[in-house]
Design a protein around this ligand. Structure first.
Ligand code: FMN
Length: 435
């Protein structure tokens, strides 16, 4: 007798999570070049960093002919009250993806506590990604106090309503999948009830991070609820990814089979060395020197924001190696490729990128306080009050988005992260840091 495995249908533009070993969503560590590198080394799918709905709403979708990316951008203020007449006005990249190289292997992870804003944001990216994943696992107070992340585990009706609304208003019309990432609850019975209701919302996938909300990353993942979660998902036809302390493709394959899951998701091990996605048969783990050089090349190709590149290199280069110290003293791609002795081809590329990003020797003089004051005065007196008011509203929204990014970044990262939210060049605009 043959048993048929129930499977919710995978929409035409979506992707089945079954049989996949994937890159986890990671704020700051999951920006475009990190995802491209994970894919190069064999990740089957990649999750983008959690981006909250309100940060994306109001952005403009731009095709970036220089980098081949699609950028979701908004005007940054650089401290001026009216960005519209601010000479330092820049476009900040809130989200950047590479359609050719990520294509339908990218899942957008949304931070949200509201079905309406979730839909508004998800609609903006829906045609460029293979799926939308709702973050229901972030334990930090800035997220939970807004009702997002792990707070959604305590308001399952709200979480289900967000998922159902995304399924009908974004997933179905765009023919992509909607999924959710959760943590386990204190007891298997509580987790089971939650997973059953989530699986009834029309989602195509569910990732379970095998830690409870209060557990810290260094605490070992608990796997005793995993088999139950996988069984509930199988019964309902939803693909189940396991997450927590998976460190290689081989280990992922073993754990998938041991616990009856459909796939596995890897975060911290991939942050340090994305070649963990490469099977032993295909070459296995690469030396950090090779991976770092590839990362620098990829970061330059997509003109990744310098602060983000430097942060990632801090994760990838062993702290005791002299290259680590050399890297920490660099202030631009040119500095970096010289410090790491990458040769002329890299240097030529670095010059182009530094110029586009206006860093290193291409850094422009900043406005003085007096100049900024004068610009603000101009804004105040501007005849077109409407423009000023629109710009002010934009500015307020931008500031909110950036504040959140900075807060998220503080989760796991050094203080310079506050400047994070986007690499640089946008066609027709000068490139810059986001803040
Ligand atoms: C730097 C960093 C950023 C993270 N950002 C997110 C995020 O944006 N969304 C999310 O759901 N989880 C996020 N996480 C949690 C991971 O996706 C993952 O669930 C967790 O690290 C456990 O996997 P691991 O044991 O393989 O590290 C982040 C983790 C790290 C280390």
């Amino acid at each position: 007798m043959t048993t048929t495995v129930k499977k919710v249908p995978i929409p035409r533009n979506g992707v089945d999570y079954r049989g996949k070993v994937v890159l986890a969503p990671m704020v700051r560590s999951g920006e475009c070049p990190s995802r491209l590198l994970a894919l190069k080394y064999g990740a089957d799918l990649v999750w983008g960093p959690e981006t909250i709905d309100k940060a994306l709403i109001g952005t403009t979708r731009r095709v970036n002919a220089v980098t081949g990316t699609i950028d979701f951008t908004r005007l940054s203020s650089n401290g001026a009250k009216n960005p519209a007449i601010n000479p330092e006005q820049r476009e900040s990249v809130i989200y950047r993806l590479h359609p050719e190289r990520e294509g339908k292997r990218l899942i957008y992870q949304i931070g949200t506590a509201n079905p309406e804003t979730a839909v508004q944001a998800a609609k903006l990216v829906a045609r460029d990604v293979a799926g939308i994943d709702v973050n229901a696992g972030c334990p930090k107070p800035f997220s939970t106090s807004g009702g997002m992340g792990a707070a959604l585990l305590k308001t399952p009706e709200k979480l289900c309503s967000i998922l159902r609304t995304l399924v009908t208003e974004v997933g179905e019309p765009n023919e992509i999948g909607i999924s959710v990432k959760i943590r386990i609850l204190d007891t298997a019975a509580e987790t089971e009830t939650l997973v059953r209701s989530l699986c009834a919302t029309g989602i195509t996938g569910l990732t379970v991070h095998c830690r409870t909300t209060p557990m810290r990353p260094r605490e070992r993942a608990i796997r005793d609820q995993l088999n139950m979660v996988a069984n509930v998902c199988r019964e309902t036809g939803v693909a189940c990814l396991m997450n927590g302390d998976v460190t290689s493709r081989e280990e992922a394959v073993e754990l998938i089979s041991e616990f009856g899951c459909d796939g596995a998701m890897i975060a911290t091990a991939a942050e340090t060395n994305p070649s963990i996605f490469r099977s032993k048969a295909a070459g296995g783990l690469a030396e950090w020197e090779e991976v770092v050089k590839e990362y620098v090349k990829t970061a330059m190709e997509v003109e990744n924001r310098w602060g983000n590149t430097k942060y990632l290199l801090g994760q990838m280069i062993p702290g005791k190696n002299k290259a680590y110290k050399a890297m920490t003293h660099t202030k631009s791609y040119c500095d970096l490729v010289k410090a790491l002795d990458y040769g002329e081809d890299f240097l030529a590329m670095a010059r182009t990128v530094d110029k586009a990003l206006e860093i290193g020797e291409y850094e422009k003089a900043k406005m003085t306080k007096a100049e900024r004051k004068a610009a603000n005065k101009m804004a105040k007196n501007a005849d077109d009050k409407e423009i000023a008011s629109d710009a002010q509203q934009e500015l307020t929204k931008t500031a909110a988005g950036i504040k959140r990014s900075a807060e998220i970044a503080q989760l796991d990262m050094p203080p310079d992260v506050a400047r994070d939210r986007g690499p640089a060049s946008v066609p027709g605009q000068a490139s810059t840091l986001a803040v």
